[in-house]
Design a protein around this ligand. Structure first.
Ligand code: AMP
Ligand code: SF4
Length: 443
């Protein structure tokens, strides 16, 4: 997971990119960076931490130019190290290049070994750098031809923005695993992981970048090229369930409304009598509301989340995660005491968060606890850029639903079915990646 953003042809490119990254903060909090171009030179500021920690007003003032790209990083492949922060900037046989990447290449190791055998020297441990080496090695002269040569060699998930001093390119892999949208602002263009970042700068949504498409922004115009005929749409369903912001629109669907429907389907699949329903905030808010709408059970606030500690799961070390799960939530005891409660969460990964939350509910004297999960059991790791752990750590890969129910100590536990997830999106099953739920990997 990462957030990527770009502005082509606007006098406040860096400032707008800063705002864009600000609303893509949920996609990664480990590092942030912006590179701008004044038409000849690149200027950059990259640092560890959240967007507002990394950039000062003075930094933004120095990032001149009408083009800028930015990145918020969440580490998956590659160590959590400032060297791995993006944008990556290189001076190569094709001139100055800057790149931001969301997704994970599944053949990065293979490509890297091959390139190293040919003499390439890598600066980072990220898979993204491989892309730049391939570009530098390509013999073609026209940049679109270079991309058409390089991109088909990449396997896995990549939504990219590439910048030269005067042009910008938005690219999406042939499976379209990760989102990428195009917007318009005055005479300029915007590229963003999610539409919520278009809204913050009042840009108008144009369309999504298609799978296997290169969109070129050059001489003030936008042009489209296809780089592969082997398109097999496999959009990550987890974007709907957890990752994207509810105010974003993906594949023409409001993420909030999809989540409402997930909650409705949860109730339809497994009707339950209870006094109140509430969410594990914030990611399950919409689903809990949907559950309440479908069931008629009053919607409440059972948990309050401390907003000042970031997303626990995103921090790479288990020890930190254990600690922050405790400080992230508190219960409203008056709401919960002696009640039969339905708690809706978006997913159970390791089960550590749920275990702690359930203990808190018990300590708040809930009479019955019915846990409802707005995704199916996660039985396999993601290799396309989401930080799910190995099979050993995935609770549903090792235990049955009944065993998990006992371990958590809840009155009942129900995960939505795969069909229930799909039908909530209103989209076709064959257009989704469902690998972490089915163990069938599209690439
Ligand atoms: P756990 O079961 O303790 O590993 O954590 C599950 C919680 O983390 C869920 O309630 C989600 O809200 C959240 N979550 C699920 N998947 C991810 C992910 N890939 N990255 C960050 N947070 C996640
Ligand atoms: Fe998304 Fe799961 Fe596929 Fe990864 S494996 S891309 S999280 S659906």
């Amino acid at each position: 997971m990462c957030g990527i953003f770009g502005i082509y042809n606007h006098k406040n490119a860096a400032e707008l990119t800063y705002l864009g990254l600000y609303s893509l903060q949920h996609r990664g909090q480990e590092s942030a960076g912006i590179v701008s171009s004044d038409g000849e030179r690149f200027l950059s500021k990259i640092g560890q931490g959240e967007v507002q920690e990394v950039f000062t007003k003075e930094d933004l003032d120095k990032l001149n130019g009408k083009l800028a790209i930015g990145h918020t990083r969440y580490s998956t492949f590659g160590a959590s190290d400032i060297k791995n922060a993006q944008p990556i900037v290189v001076k190569c046989s094709k001139g100055n290049l800057a790149l931001v990447h969301n997704g994970n290449l599944v053949n990065a190791k293979y490509l890297r070994k091959k390139l190293e055998a040919e003499g390439a020297i890598f600066q980072t441990t990220t898979d993204s750098e491989v892309i730049l080496h391939l570009i530098s090695h390509a013999k073609e002269r026209n940049f679109i031809d270079v991309l058409k040569k390089v991109l088909p060699q990449l396997k896995g998930a990549y939504s990219l923005i590439l910048m030269t001093p005067t042009t910008m390119y938005a690219v999406r892999d042939p499976n379209g695993f990760r989102p990428l949208v195009i917007g318009k602002i005055k005479n300029g263009f915007v590229i963003s992981s999610e539409t919520c970042a278009l809204d913050i700068i009042s840009a108008e949504f144009i369309r999504e970048v298609e799978p296997a498409e290169i969109v070129e922004f050059k001489d003030g115009k936008m042009r489209s090229y296809k780089f592969s005929q082997h398109v097999k749409k496999s959009f990550c369903i987890f974007e709907f369930i957890y990752f994207s912001r509810p105010d974003s629109v993906i594949e023409g669907r409001s993420v909030h409304h999809v989540r409402i429907q997930l909650g409705r389907n949860l109730y339809k699949e497994y009707p339950t009598e209870a006094d109140i329903v509430f969410s594990v905030p914030d990611s399950a808010n919409s689903a809990a509301l949907g559950y309440s709408q479908e069931s008629g059970i009053p919607f409440e606030y059972g948990f309050i989340r401390n907003h000042y500690i970031g997303r626990t799961f995103i921090q790479p070390k288990q020890k930190i995660r254990d600690f922050s799960a405790k400080i992230k939530y508190n219960t409203i005891k008056d709401v919960i005491r002696n009640k039969r409660v339905v708690v809706v969460d978006d997913s159970i990964v390791r089960g550590t968060t749920s275990k702690k939350l359930i203990t808190m509910l018990k300590n708040s004297d809930a009479k019955e606890i019915h846990l409802r999960i707005a995704s199916s059991p996660i039985i396999a790791p993601c290799v396309y850029g989401i930080d799910t752990p190995t099979k050993k750590e995935l609770i549903a890969a090792n235990y049955s639903v009944e065993e998990i129910r006992k371990f958590l100590g809840v009155t009942s536990l129900h995960y939505i079915s795969i069909d229930g997830m799909i039908s909530a999106t209103g989209l076709k099953k064959e257009n989704f990646c469902l690998a972490c739920f089915t163990n069938n990997y599209p690439v």
